[in-house]
Design a protein around this ligand. Structure first.
Ligand SMILES: N#Cc1c(N)n[nH]c1-c1ccc2c(Cl)cn(Cc3cccnc3)c2c1
Length: 238
């Protein structure tokens, strides 16, 4: 998988050299390249923003630098790459989105700042490639970088070979539509708190049953809306 990131803060993504994704980069499973948007400006001040047409507070990111930056990545014709644009107005980013991104051979992330990127950038590239506006959640960030970091981690860890034990991906929160069960390790008693006895029983069937019950109970308590599709599990079900 090739990942290109366009941003005015390229060093923000230096952390991707660490841990799992760092190893994936070293082994060539995932290739991440950051591009400084200011390298695609031509004025002394390396200007990437200007005042909004129609007035209003804040500044808008100019289309020209974005056009030159994205053309340098995908060329000036059609492209099979997927352009992902974090936006407060985007579709919600979920585990299903992460799974979809993990299958893409080439992802290009456009990290905007200020009040956003001139709309014509999305409109132009939508004529040449697939474009998805995606939001990390219903809260406000100052730009796209934090969202892109989360998306790369969520999708990158699903790329085959990145996580050593693929089994560990199966029983995670949201992977099967439920929150994950609670986990325990040694010692068996810690500050007077014991590990649930079933986990010490060695009976794998009972352990699996208990873990599923914990998933359903935790999901019903914390995220009941995730159960809404299965009325037998919904809260206050008869
Ligand atoms: N993804 C996501 C996401 C999220 N969940 N909250 N905020 C964002 C997000 C993504 C991209 C940008 C760009 Cl470009 C500029 N800003 C600042 C801003 C803040 C409020 C209104 N308009 C723009 C961004 C915020």
């Amino acid at each position: 998988m090739r990942i290109d990131i366009v941003t005015i803060f390229p060093s923000f993504f230096d952390v991707l050299d660490l841990s799992l994704l760092g190893k994936a980069r070293q082994t060539g499973l995932i290739d991440v390249v950051t591009h400084d948007l200011r390298d695609f400006t031509h004025d002394r001040h390396r200007t990437v923003d200007d005042t909004p047409y129609g007035g209003g507070a804040g500044m808008v990111m100019k289309p020209e630098p974005w056009g030159e930056a994205l053309d340098s990545i995908v060329g000036d014709g059609d492209s099979d790459a997927l352009l992902v644009v974090p936006s407060p107005a985007g579709e919600p980013f979920t585990q299903a989105t992460a799974r979809e991104l993990a299958t893409e051979p080439h992802l290009v992330f456009a990290c905007g700042r200020y009040e956003g990127i001139d709309q014509r950038v999305v409109d132009h590239y939508a004529t040449r490639m697939r474009v998805r506006l995606v939001s990390l959640g219903d809260y406000v960030l100052n730009g796209g970088e934090v969202a892109v970091m989360a998306m790369i981690e969520a999708a990158g860890r699903l790329v085959p070979g990145v996580v050593g034990n693929p089994e560990s991906l199966v029983e995670e929160s949201h992977e099967d539509g439920l929150l994950e069960y609670p986990s325990y390790t040694k010692p068996a008693v810690w500050r007077g708190l014991e590990v649930p006895p079933v986990l010490l029983s060695g009976h794998h069937g009972r352990v699996a049953e208990w873990r599923h019950e914990q998933q359903v109970e935790r999901t019903r308590r914390v995220r009941p809306e995730l159960l809404a599709d299965d009325p037998t599990d919904a809260p206050d079900a008869p």
